[in-house]
Design a protein. Structure first.
Length: 221
């Protein structure tokens, strides 16, 4: 029996209001972690397709870093931008299925927006619910032909965030550390009030512990 293939579809990270970068600090961290998590669960990324809108583009790049995928191989597709029509999304899925089958891909990742995800749901899995920023779902299918036949069962990603220790280990080991460092360096130059910002996000269920932003800078060296 042939091995199953995987289509992972993720929404972009959270906005960074008032800053020059398109993503919040937490989404920068989550983007790297999610890339690591997805490739550990479903195998290396064979292809990443993304909207070219800045928040999606940044998310795709960070997930590529986490998944050890070359960022210059990311394909930016107009069909994944938020104003794409249902017909465009449907055609994109058909072309994707053909290309993935032809190239023997086992794991394809998409980074897009809520309106496109809703259209994917309407085509493939009408019972699926809203996906928050940084969230997504995985389609496990027998072959890419099943995607063309719209025979896909999607499972939502867990919203559990494992804490920063995994990320810090990842930063130490990852060859593309400089990419993440540049994001943080740009954040340090914004007008954001770091004293008021305090900790990344809040003491929410998404974190085992909160780490002060300045502590992260020190750890990054």
């Amino acid at each position: 029996m042939p091995e199953k293939v995987f289509l992972t579809v993720g929404r972009h990270g959270r906005y960074s209001y008032g800053a020059r970068l398109p993503l919040s600090e937490s989404s920068i961290l989550e983007g790297v972690y999610r890339g690591q998590e997805l490739t550990a669960a479903y195998g290396s990324f064979d292809a990443i397709y993304s909207s070219d809108i800045p928040r999606a583009k940044a998310t795709a790049n960070l997930r590529a870093v986490g998944g050890d995928y070359a960022r210059d191989k990311i394909v930016y597709s107009p069909e994944l931008t938020e104003d794409s029509s249902l017909g465009s999304v449907s055609l994109f899925l058909d072309i994707l299925a053909a290309e993935a089958s032809l190239n023997g891909f086992r794991h394809v990742h998409l980074v897009t927006h809520a309106p496109v995800i809703e259209k994917i749901f309407s085509l493939l899995s009408p019972a699926m619910c809203f996906v928050p920023p940084d969230g997504g779902f995985t389609g496990e299918i027998e072959s890419w032909e099943d995607l063309r036949g719209r025979k896909v069962n999607f499972i939502p990603w867990s919203d559990y965030y494992p804490g920063f220790s995994l990320l810090l280990d990842l930063w130490k080991e990852n060859s593309d550390l400089e990419f993440i460092r540049q994001y943080f360096e740009q954040y340090k130059q914004t007008s954001l009030d770091w004293d008021k910002a305090g900790l990344l996000l809040d003491k929410s269920r998404y974190f085992n512990r909160c780490v002060a932003i300045e502590d992260i800078y020190r750890l990054l060296g």
